[in-house]
Design a protein around this ligand. Structure first.
Ligand code: ADP
Ligand code: ZN
Ligand code: ZN
Length: 823
């Protein structure tokens, strides 16, 4: 009997498509295998088999599957369940999830660009078709699959491409790959012949006449710990050349002397990478008493709850607690997923975990080459998968055979939410669902919980464990507010700097300590401000600052869509100097360099950190004291642990407070608390200068007193009053069309249809600040649904309305998509 396969295509289609299976290999096709299928005109895609059956679809003509790519499934049953949940909850297609989930190398299609690998050498003769493709590519090293197909005349070329990819003869072309350079370090070790005690003793005598070389050798022995315990260790600690020279205060000449004498040899080691060889691991650090209590509290809470929040102040040693929990989980033979926001996944954390877990740890980063991500994916399908995956948002899509624990560090980070394209998922929430599917537990960790999480934890839905002591009792910094409005008026500001901040920077530099200056990126959101009194126009319905649209010369509320005329005069002080405001990090850098010409200054923002290595270099330079002043956006607040920062300057709190978003106070608090947490040293309390024009704003007082709970209490009251999360779930409905007038009609029609279903839970339509993207105009409708209302039903109704819309002929060209739980 003829067999059929339902497949998921990497396209935003509402359902699976059915293809027939050629008899020769129909029986080899399993659910979760990839197949190549034709779709549309002359296009081929890699699709995933969702189901195999004997029912021929009636509605359309069934085409044959072209090729089977896998002998074994590359997707586990739990993953299908997870995809289904995502598509359902976030109102998108499974094809959208598929596209987000798999690394490019696993989802070839006609449009895929491939690249020749000049280093490839085959040990055996390649099959004729593969050689043909390779020859074409060596002549023109970057080509699209369709072109290769045409030029080679090979049918079913995707399977040939796949085979070449498996051999690493070619790569899937990526923009990122070019910028990625694995970070290597020069490390030092004793040459083989010297690695015994007898020879070392002789050396000590021989080098008596070269005391500098002897010193250097002794330093190496100390740093590597090679002589520890009984006899020479076969796996001493690795020592970098840089550190050795620094710690021994030796010159490269002295070092080279020892290399010439065949005592030392150098080798290159990649750091923070998948394949970094970790030969020796260290035992986990013992927890201190507070950490132990927190640890036990978490274990206890997992007895009755699936999710637990660890609310621990900055530098309380949350990571050490995670390490203990990870160790216990893998000892039971289960796997751990450790999620970090993209920007926080640095060498710092990688090395800390690698030191303990060695090669049981895999790292999944979007800025790693695709081939490497494919490798991890394949490895996780086998019995020999990594026990621990440390990764960013997209690692929730990796296959896990036996997940036992998920850790979501910095759970409050809004970068866990994918904005574009679909699926617009929140990795924290998705991870909780994923964990539940495996019967695993989820630990959320942060110093500044999101209001949603806090609400869930304090209402008893999640467990809650608090850790209020910093490790080694380093004090939390002193936060000093500075009223820059007053200073502006008295003309005592020096550009964006108050006299007090400048004084502290000067003192810090004199003491050879470091400074972080923080400027909120969102300061660039165009807003109008009265230069005289600091007044900022707000929406009368929503109490959020209005966004200034230069082109239209009007003010809009980001929320309700209401628009206002630009006032001629400030209603508060009658001043007429209303200006577009915001200053960037670049300007601050210029100013600082003029004020402190002798200091070395670095800037960390989106511009300076396009590549992973650039980002890590800025951090490493700062860590090693090569930089005195680090200026940055939110990036500088991301869970980094520096030892010599005694002053943090928050240049302008108001840009955060006035951002037009119901989460702006929450975020302002989180950001300021996080960035403040970077200040402080072992024996000295750090200082934070908090510059603001809204010195009486309650959030400012709450930041100063680190009063998280009061902040939350205030925010929860407002959220309840104005119908926002966690009391209401938001769904943004976006409509797109090429024709603006038609779109307005569509948006109004759709919103009134929605109103008949959802009543006054519907707001808008509104014109979003970016109201046209790629020739498509955009409108937005907001739907607010009570948190405990049946969401499945609500989603059904939404989709129903969408169907009704596109069924009307005049609205056929309407594009609709959703953002569920927008951030
Ligand atoms: P958090 O993640 O809570 O901000 P970290 O885990 O980064 O804090 O810890 C801050 C610093 O204290 C790190 O340098 C870490 O190595 C050190 N530390 C914390 N707990 C311990 C411990 N139990 N043993 C040794 N060092 C610790
Ligand atoms: Zn004014
Ligand atoms: Zn409004």
């Amino acid at each position: 009997m003829k067999k059929f396969a339902d497949v998921i295509l990497p396209l935003p289609l509402p359902r699976c498509f059915t293809y027939s299976l050629p008899e020769e290999w129909a029986d080899e096709v399993q659910i979760g295998c990839r197949v190549v299928v034709p779709f549309g005109r002359k296009k081929y895609y890699t699709a995933i088999v969702r189901n195999v059956h004997y029912f021929k679809p009636e509605e359309y003509e069934v085409k044959d599957v072209s090729t089977l790519l896998d002998a074994r499934p590359i997707l586990l049953p739990e993953q299908f369940k997870f995809w289904e949940w995502l598509a359902d909850y976030y109102l998108c297609a499974q094809g959208d999830v598929y596209k987000a989930a798999l690394p490019s190398g696993l989802k070839l299609e006609s449009e895929t660009m491939v690249e020749y690998n000049p280093d490839f050498e085959s040990e055996v003769r390649l099959p004729e078709k593969e050689q043909k493709v390779l020859d074409l590519l060596s002549a023109e090293p970057e080509q699209c699959v369709t072109k290769l197909e045409k030029d080679s005349g090979i049918k079913n070329i995707l399977s040939v491409i796949k085979s070449l990819l498996d051999k690493e003869a070619i790569f899937v072309k990526e923009e990122l790959r070019r910028t990625y350079r694995p970070k290597t370090e020069t490390r030092v070790r004793l040459v083989e012949e010297v690695r015994n005690e007898k020879r070392l003793q002789e050396l000590f005598d021989e080098l008596a006449r070269a005391p500098k070389q002897l010193d250097l050798l002794m330093k190496y022995i100390e740093l590597s710990g090679i002589l520890g315990g009984d006899g020479l260790k076969s796996f001493p600690k690795e020592v970098t050349k840089k550190e050795l020279l620094l710690r021994a205060a030796a010159s490269p000449a002295v070092f080279n002397g020892l290399v010439d004498k065949h005592v030392f040899e150098v080798y290159q080691q990649e750091v923070g990478r998948l394949n970094a060889i970790v030969r020796d691991t260290l035992p986990v650090n013992p927890l201190n008493e507070h950490q132990q209590l927190a640890h036990d509290g978490i274990v206890q809470s997992f007895q009755s709850k699936n999710v637990c929040l660890l609310h621990g102040v900055t530098s309380s040693g949350k990571t050490e607690i995670y390490i203990h929990l990870i160790e216990e989980t893998i000892r039971q033979g289960k796997q751990v997923l450790y999620l970090l926001p993209e920007i926080a996944l640095t060498t710092q954390i990688t090395e800390r975990l690698q030191r303990v877990f060695g090669d049981r740890l895999g790292i999944y980063h979007s800025k790693f080459p695709d081939a490497e991500r494919v490798e991890i994916w394949q490895k996780q399908l086998t019995e020999k998968g990594y026990d621990i995956i440390l990764g960013v948002r997209s690692s929730v899509f990796l296959p896990f055979r036996n997940l036992g624990l998920v850790i979501v560090d910095e759970e409050h980070e809004n970068t866990y939410k994918q904005q574009d394209p679909a699926p617009r998922y929140h990795a924290r929430n998705a991870a909780i669902v994923l964990a539940a599917m495996y019967g695993a537990k989820t630990l959320l960790g942060t110093a500044t919980p999101s209001i949603e999480t806090w609400y869930n934890a304090s209402s008893g839905k999640y467990g809650l464990v608090e850790l209020k002591e910093r490790y080694k009792e380093i004090q939390l910094p002193e936060i000093i507010p500075v009223d820059i409005q007053e200073l502006h008026r008295k003309k005592r500001m020096n550009g964006p700097f108050s006299p007090l901040l400048l004084q502290y920077i000067r003192e810090t530099l004199e003491q050879k300590e470091q400074v972080i200056l923080f400027q909120n990126r969102r300061g660039f959101a165009p807003m109008i401000e009265c230069r005289t009194c600091g007044w900022v126009p707000k929406c009368k319905n929503c109490d959020v600052s209005l966004t200034f649209h230069k082109g239209l010369n009007q003010l809009t509320c980001h929320y309700c869509g209401y628009t206002y005329q630009l006032p001629r005069m400030c209603p508060a002080c009658e001043g007429t100097d209303l200006r577009n405001r915001g200053f960037g990090t670049e300007k601050i850098e210029d100013d600082i360099k003029i004020l402190f010409p002798e200091a070395s200054v670095a800037r960390m923002d989106l511009d300076t950190t396009r590549t992973r290595s650039a980002y890590e270099r800025i951090i490493a330079d700062f860590e090693q004291g090569k930089t005195d002043i680090l200026i940055g956006t939110q990036m500088v607040s991301k869970g980094l642990d520096f030892d010599h920062v005694s002053v943090v300057g928050i240049l302008n709190a108001d840009t955060m407070l006035n951002y037009p978003d119901f989460r702006s106070y929450e975020r302002a608090f989180q950001l300021m608390a996080q960035v403040s947490g970077r200040a402080g040293r072992k024996n000295k309390r750090g200082r934070v200068i908090l510059q603001t024009k809204s010195i009486d704003h309650p959030i400012i007082a709450q930041v100063i007193h680190n009063d998280f709970e009061q902040m939350v209490a205030g925010q929860l009251a407002e959220r309840q009053l104005f119908h926002y999360p966690p009391y209401y779930r938001l769904v943004y409905v976006y409509l797109k069309n090429r024709n603006e007038q038609l779109l307005d009609l569509m948006a109004h029609t759709m919103s009134s249809k929605l109103r008949t279903v959802f009543g006054n839970r519907v707001l808008g339509p509104d014109k979003p600040p970016v109201a046209r993207i790629q020739t498509l105009f955009i409108r937005k409708i907001v739907v607010k649904i009570e948190y405990n209302a049946p969401m499945a039903r609500a989603r059904e109704l939404l989709v129903q309305v969408q169907k009704e819309m596109v069924m009307e002929d005049r609205f056929k060209s309407l594009i609709v998509y959703y953002d569920v739980d927008p951030m």
